[in-house]
Design a protein around this ligand. Structure first.
Ligand code: C5P
Ligand code: C5P
Length: 442
């Protein structure tokens, strides 16, 4: 185990004991890359311990769903803690990293790193916590390392280098996996890798196969070659040219940092950490979590299916990014766009924030159906200037009868259908106050 504050270690031990001493366990997890990765780690802990368990994925902390099996030991993973006070019970193990409201007379076993003074947005995600729990149950569970990495990449905790708890986990358990400074793209061919790359997103190339082939031919690179077959010289040239595109398009700092990075490769799974992360994200968002779990259990057919369908999902994502970016409306301190696919609202908002729209205002993605789903994204630069989307969304949403939260750099919420304009005005004004420009707010 890595070195952690005593209170955190002792609660990890308590949670491990609780798992060892109970046979029937209920698990709820979030449906994004971090949630699915965390769920895979938790399921493996329980399977290896011979426990009976039932896993469900939720879009958010749904207290009614969670209360259905309230007599069982319950593990809540990556769901936030909005309603946690309502189930403040010894049977609940909280595997999370979102801001947590103060709880009087806390009975839950709280493994949220924030509770112990660690930064849940930067140094540990839910998969990091699930992995800490896995090692606390049995040290031999350290082979679940790839799933902690896929969660951390999904939550962008790798960008700019691993830090804090994540860094220490990598030092202690990650040394046996190949890691290489490389271009951060994946695909069967170099053309596929660029064409399907959404983070980084290369304007003019992502989603444009013919342009990618031309671009590669100009560099005397065979468009059908695999990435592994490129010489170091070709890779350097390719990275330089791709960087020029990002510079020309005025990409955010995170965008540049994401072009070349230290990449894990997991031979036993045949994928990079980033590929694993995007496959699990895809599986979760498209309702195919079963495929992800089957793959983890060694089902090769499940992997083939994920690989194929993930590409059509990427096509849908790229189309949605292009379409949504054209709907942008600027307010004083935020920029707002409409997204047509609920499960992509956050992903689309994140891509347009970092790579496509202006970098000086947070991006707000709106999905309308019976109610309105909100996904907001900022840059690290905006956060350093005072932007805190978690507080801003929570305050503006609750002022119009909704709710929300998340992280300073990425937050979400749900609001009533008729409250869009009021919500946006409030959000615009709060963000304006956060960056010290309240006089300009509407
Ligand atoms: O629910 P959870 O906390 O796991 O989700 C965090 C979300 O915030 C993810 O969609 C992740 O990609 C996003 N994020 C981001 N930029 C960051 C950190 C997280 O867009 N720097
Ligand atoms: O849905 P989206 O990816 O935009 O969520 C961004 C972040 O906000 C995630 O960490 C998510 O768990 C959090 N969130 C929240 N409360 C909500 C909606 C989202 O804490 N009601």
């Amino acid at each position: 185990m890595i070195d952690l504050k005593n209170e955190y270690l002792s609660n990890l031990k308590r949670a491990a004991e609780k798992i060892r001493n109970n046979d029937d366990i209920r698990v709820y997890s979030h449906y994004d890359a971090d949630g699915v990765s965390s769920a895979i780690i938790i399921s493996e802990i329980l399977r290896r311990q011979g426990k009976k368990f039932h896993l469900s994925f939720l879009k958010s902390f749904d207290i009614n769903a969670i209360k259905e099996d309230e007599d069982k030991i319950t593990i809540l993973s990556d769901l936030g803690s909005d309603g946690i006070a309502e189930i403040n019970d010894e049977r609940v193990i909280l595997v999370d990293h979102h801001s947590i409201p103060p709880i009087e007379d806390k009975k839950i076993i709280d493994l949220n790193p924030r509770t112990y003074g660690y930064d849940g947005s930067r140094e540990a995600c839910s998969s990091s916590v699930a992995y800490l729990l896995a090692i606390s149950v049995d040290d031999s569970n350290n082979d679940l390392f790839p799933y902690y990495i896929s969660g951390a990449i999904g939550d962008k905790q790798d960008v700019g280098g691993y830090y804090g708890i994540n860094f220490r986990l990598n030092e202690e358990f990650g040394k046996k996996y190949p890691i290489k400074q490389d271009i951060n793209i994946d695909g069967r061919s170099v053309t596929d890798a660029i064409c399907y790359s959404t983070d980084p997103y290369f304007i003019g190339l992502t989603g444009h196969r013919d342009s990618v082939r031309e671009f590669l031919k100009e560099m005397k690179i065979d468009p059908d070659s695999s990435l592994e077959k490129l010489s170091e010289e070709q890779k350097t040239k390719l990275a330089d040219k791709l960087m020029l595109i990002l510079i020309k398009e005025n990409t955010s700092k995170e965008g540049y940092e994401n072009l070349v990075s230290k990449r894990f490769f997991f031979n036993s799974l045949g994928v990079s950490g980033k590929e694993l992360s995007s496959y699990l994200d895809y599986a979760g968002r498209s309702g195919n979590m079963g495929l992800a779990v089957a793959w983890e259990m060694g089902d090769e057919e499940a992997f083939d299916k994920i690989e194929k369908t993930a590409l059509s999902f990427k096509d849908e994502l790229i189309n949605e990014v292009t379409r949504a970016a054209e709907t942008v409306k600027e307010m004083n301190h935020i920029q707002v766009l409409n997204v047509m696919n609920e499960s992509l609202t956050g992903t689309v908002s994140g891509i347009v924030m970092l790579y496509i729209l202006k970098k000086n205002k947070p991006t707000v993605g709106i999905y309308k159906n019976k109610g309105i789903k909100i996904s907001t994204r900022a840059t690290r630069d905006l956060v350093s200037k005072g932007v805190d989307l978690s507080t801003a969304v929570a305050t503006a949403a609750s002022a119009v009868g909704g709710h929300g939260g998340g992280h300073n750099i990425a937050a979400g919420g749900e609001i009533p259908l008729d409250s869009e304009n009021l919500f946006l005005m409030k959000l615009d004004s709060i963000v304006g106050e956060q960056v010290g420009n309240s006089k300009n707010a509407s």
